[in-house]
Design a protein around this ligand. Structure first.
Ligand SMILES: Nc1nc2c(c(=O)[nH]1)N[C@H]1C(S)=C(S)[C@@H](COP(=O)(O)OP(=O)(O)OC[C@H]3O[C@@H](n4cnc5c(=O)[nH]c(N)nc54)[C@H](O)[C@@H]3O)O[C@H]1N2
Ligand SMILES: Nc1nc2c(c(=O)[nH]1)N[C@H]1C(S)=C(S)[C@@H](COP(=O)(O)OP(=O)(O)OC[C@H]3O[C@@H](n4cnc5c(=O)[nH]c(N)nc54)[C@H](O)[C@@H]3O)O[C@H]1N2
Ligand SMILES: [Mo]
Length: 832
């Protein structure tokens, strides 16, 4: 079997294909040193957990331990491929510093205890506060990294049992804008497109999406199209020179915070040139007139000036997009975490609506997700939504949910949308929120303006529960730490960004006394003695499959209908929802018939003013008269609240590398990945570096009015005036190693970011801030440790290439060495 260093080659070997063809199989695998595939005891079906692509794989089990992974050839999502984080990342679960026993704080210190003591303390404090203040004292902050079954159980406990409205996920930082943009345009959450649109598209536009590093298997699919006959043309909108930008026919490196004028400029050109589908607009949309009026102010010259991009490039991008026969667009954090997030993301939907490019092969919008199960957090109502995409401001929807749960509708708070996490922090700061239960997220590194976050989480009067698998920065601040089992150690389902549901079966036992998140939540519900309106236990299931069966009922007839799925069916491979009696094999594309879930009684949200965020009332929404049509919403441009200039002349943006996942609690514990990107770095353009007298490898300080971070400089092909920092590095350093108290600041990008959010989606702005860059210490001639393989590729020469060496050799089969085509050697997916 060919062996490839997948640190040096994150996307592996090309398997070219043409438009309309099936993406060839290539099976990637990585096993423990010295182990061969035939030595493996069992293969257990699962899917990737370190991004939202949902790549199907089998977990190799040897002597009761996870010993490797192998992509599933038969799965629709990845056709066998895996990315670098997935190939090596499973090793993190075996790290010696996994949490094994519950911890409680005694006299200021965290000490080990048994489950009963820990859970009694959690439930006891919750009861006290419920008696004293009521449900508003209690908040839940969850994640996009657990399983559907866990979110649904959490949503029931919080909304239907305790009756608090303070329920959100880190999905707020991640996909809140994806959900918001889908609701504004189509009346309801739910990804219209499908990954198979890559197979058919003749133009793919990527908006603020570094797909090469963040959905690396989907990017392999794009690369394989680019290497085949009649390749698609790419348009990339991103201030950094990412691998996507380098592959694009047109790269628009717009000034951060100018996505709305850019989109308005593109729409202006598309409409002015008549590249629109008038019939589709007439029959399937409302609001086109307003859009046409609004974008009149954005002729190409004006848009290009505001965004600081060459006007010819903007025109060329508009022409490529405007004349595409099959247009696929993807949108991610460069839009969602930037200024005017929802307003900009909605304009991408508008391009598809005015061009009538939805619901056909190759014509899709992917308002991407980031985390592996962020879609489930939203569906199940464990963030700012009610379960099943029910509308919190529609009493019929609330009554229907109460019926499913057998509770009084008044128990379910619906006086306002569920509280977003930045508002929860504010309540904690003011002292009204006194109990925060955090599952599967590390806010002490991932929320903006960390000095403030620390001061809030560390308050004596806030009771903080952290359910995690490692002693994270946040866990170390907690009053109670609950050790969780994780991926491979528990069973559940997860749904990726194109609505594909996968089952992840338990492969091995968790370490020590760690328990699945679901079991911990069930235990909590029991100790709180939560009941339905007949006095029976509120939560009526005892295991993952029971939770899934209950969720199927909750989702029945809703847009995200799971009623046709079973665990047994999912063991055969991923299926796209809605899956019901009418669509037993799932549904590839939504809105193929041009009908949307936008009728007032049907929609998930009545929408907002995109610029101010003011919510529309039921009456205002009815006046739009969407019926079952999509809603075209225009937006004017407002400059960012914090603009570069004066003392802070740079635009600060933050983001990711292909080798790390978030706050690195997993990837830093994996030698192949940690070595590839061992410490933070700072990126500047060659012209800016020259102007400041800085060179590759210099130690620099990046400062905003909130804080400062020091790291070594990498000079890259980024646009001028922008400074980039990866956000992966907290003050945790290595297994067993937290930095001393006085060194807690100075490393994490979020020391610098601001307490500000999009008015519609409430997603924090991690990609718009003003900063200055100064020299701390000359480099000793050596380069920074930034990886060379993707966006951080050095502009200059002399930097050694990032490689993984013999330890990183991974298998690639299903392909003759060097032939670039599929042989018959591949076994189709499944257990061996
Ligand atoms: N390797 C890896 N993969 C991941 C993750 C990970 O941590 N590591 N995390 C997963 C998760 S949860 C998420 S949400 C996704 C995120 O995936 P992406 O959104 O692709 O990742 P980011 O690096 O956050 O941001 C994407 C790009 O936005 C650009 N950008 C910054 N500001 C602007 C702007 O104002 N306008 C425009 N147009 N672009 C801008 C940045 O230059 C950056 O290249 O990745 C998922 N996949
Ligand atoms: N500056 C800046 N900040 C950002 C971003 C950015 O681009 N720039 N991106 C934002 C985005 S998109 C995201 S998604 C967030 C991510 O931010 P976080 O969610 O804070 O990041 P993670 O490191 O993934 O934290 C997940 C935690 O869950 C734990 N965990 C893993 N598996 C399990 C499990 O099975 N059970 C339990 N109980 N715990 C588990 C991990 O050990 C870890 O502590 O960061 C956001 N913050
Ligand atoms: Mo995310």
């Amino acid at each position: 079997m060919p062996q490839v260093d997948r640190i040096a080659e994150p996307w592996g070997t090309r398997t070219p294909y043409g438009p309309g063809d099936t993406w060839p199989v290539r099976v990637d695998s990585f096993l423990e040193q010295g182990l061969a595939e035939h030595d493996v005891d069992r293969w257990v079906p699962s899917a990737t957990i370190l991004h939202s692509n949902g790549d199907a794989l089998d977990i190799a089990v040897k002597d009761g331990r996870i010993a490797g992974v192998r992509g599933r050839a038969g799965d629709r999502v990845n056709r066998g491929r895996l990315g670098p984080k997935d190939l090596y990342g499973w090793q993190a679960g075996q790290s010696p510093d996994r949490l094994r026993r519950p911890l409680i704080r005694e006299h200021g210190r965290l000490v080990e205890t048994d489950w009963d003591t820990a859970m009694d303390r959690v439930a006891g404090r919750a009861r006290e506060l419920l008696a004293e203040q009521g449900p508003s004292a209690i908040g839940f902050y969850t994640t996009g990294q657990l399983f559907l079954e866990e979110y649904y159980t959490l949503a029931l406990i919080a909304h239907g049992g305790i009756g608090t409205n303070h329920v959100d996920g880190n999905t707020r930082l991640c996909t809140a804008t994806a959900a918001a943009a889908l609701k504004e345009s189509f009346g309801c959450d739910g990804q219209p497109g499908s990954y198979t649109d890559v197979d058919h598209a003749d133009v793919i536009a990527l908006y603020g999406h570094n797909m090469a590093e963040t959905q690396s298997v989907l990017w392999s699919r794009v690369l394989d199209r680019l290497a085949g006959p009649n390749p698609p043309r790419l348009v990339c909108v991103d201030p950094r020179e990412t691998a996507v930008a380098r592959a694009a026919a047109v790269h628009l490196a717009n000034r951060p915070g100018t996505n709305v004028p850019l989109m308005n400029g593109l729409l202006h050109e598309i409409i002015a040139n008549g590249w629109i589908d008038e019939r589709y607009i007439r029959e399937h949309t409302v609001g086109f007139g307003e859009l046409r009026e609004r974008v009149r102010d954005f002729p190409a010259e004006e848009a290009a000036r505001l965004c600081d991009v060459p006007v010819d490039d903007l025109r060329e991008a508009a022409r490529i997009i405007g004349t595409a026969d099959r247009l696929l667009s993807t949108v991610l954090q460069g839009f969602y975490q930037s200024h005017q997030a929802t307003a900009a993301a909605v304009q991408v939907n508008n391009i598809h609506l005015v061009r009538g490019m939805l619901g056909r092969p190759g014509c899709g919008v992917l308002q991407m997700n980031g985390q592996p199960s962020a879609q489930n957090t939203r569906e199940c109502g464990a963030d700012g939504d009610l379960p099943g995409f029910r509308n919190w401001s529609n009493d019929d929807h609330v009554r229907d949910l109460a019926r499913v749960w057998n509770v009084d509708p008044l128990v379910i708070p619906h006086y306002a949308p569920p509280t977003h996490v930045m508002q929860m922090l504010r309540y904690a700061e003011e002292g009204s929120l006194r109990f925060l239960y955090v599952t599967g997220t590390n806010p002490a590194v991932s929320l903006p303006e960390l000095a403030r976050v620390r001061s809030i989480l560390e308050q004596e009067r806030l009771f903080l529960v952290v359910q995690d698998i490692f002693p994270s920065e946040t866990a170390l601040m907690a009053d109670v730490v609950l050790p969780a089992a994780t991926w491979g150690e528990k069973t559940g389902t997860l749904t990726n960004a194109d609505r594909t549901v996968h089952l992840s079966d338990k492969a091995v036992d968790p370490p020590g006394e760690a328990r699945p998140d679901l079991d911990i939540l069930l235990d909590l519900a029991r100790r709180l003695e939560l009941t339905d309106k007949d006095g029976a236990p509120l939560v009526k299931w005892h295991d993952a499959e029971g939770a899934f069966e209950a969720w199927k009922e909750c989702s029945r007839g809703r847009p995200c209908d799971y009623s046709g799925l079973t665990y047994e069916l999912l063991r055969g491979g991923g299926v796209q929802w809605p899956c019901d009696a009418r669509n037993p094999d799932g549904t590839e594309r939504l809105y193929a018939d041009g009908r949307f879930r936008s009728a007032p009684g049907d929609c998930e949200d009545f929408g907002h003013d995109l610029v101010t965020g003011a919510p529309l009332s039921d009456t205002e929404y009815r006046a739009l008269n969407p019926g079952g049509r999509a809603i075209i919403k225009a937006a004017e441009y407002l400059p960012a609240h914090e603009e570069a200039g004066g003392e802070h002349p740079f635009w600060l943006i933050t983001g990711r590398t292909v080798y790390h996942f978030h706050t690195r609690t997993k990837t830093a514990r994996v030698p192949q990945l940690q070595r590839a990107a061992p410490e933070p770095w700072v990126e500047l353009s060659p012209a800016d570096a020259r102007r400041l007298g800085l060179a590759e490898g210099d130690l620099v300080e990046v400062a905003t009015s909130r804080g400062a971070v020091r790291a070594r400089l990498r000079v890259t092909g980024m646009r001028d005036g922008v400074v980039f920092l990866p956000f992966h590095y907290g003050y945790w350093d290595r297994p067993g190693g937290h930095r001393p108290e006085d060194e807690r600041s100075g490393r994490a990008a979020n020391e610098l970011t601001t307490t500000d959010w999009d008015p519609v989606s409430k997603q924090p702005l991690f990609k718009t801030a003003a900063a200055r860059v100064t020299l701390v210490e000359r480099g000793a001639g050596g380069p920074s440790a930034a990886p060379t393989t993707a966006a951080a590729r050095p502009a200059g020469t002399g930097v050694p290439a990032t490689t993984g060496g013999p330890q990183a050799l991974a298998g690639e089969s299903g392909q003759e060495p060097g032939a670039g085509r599929v042989s018959g050697r591949v076994r189709e997916g499944g257990a061996a």
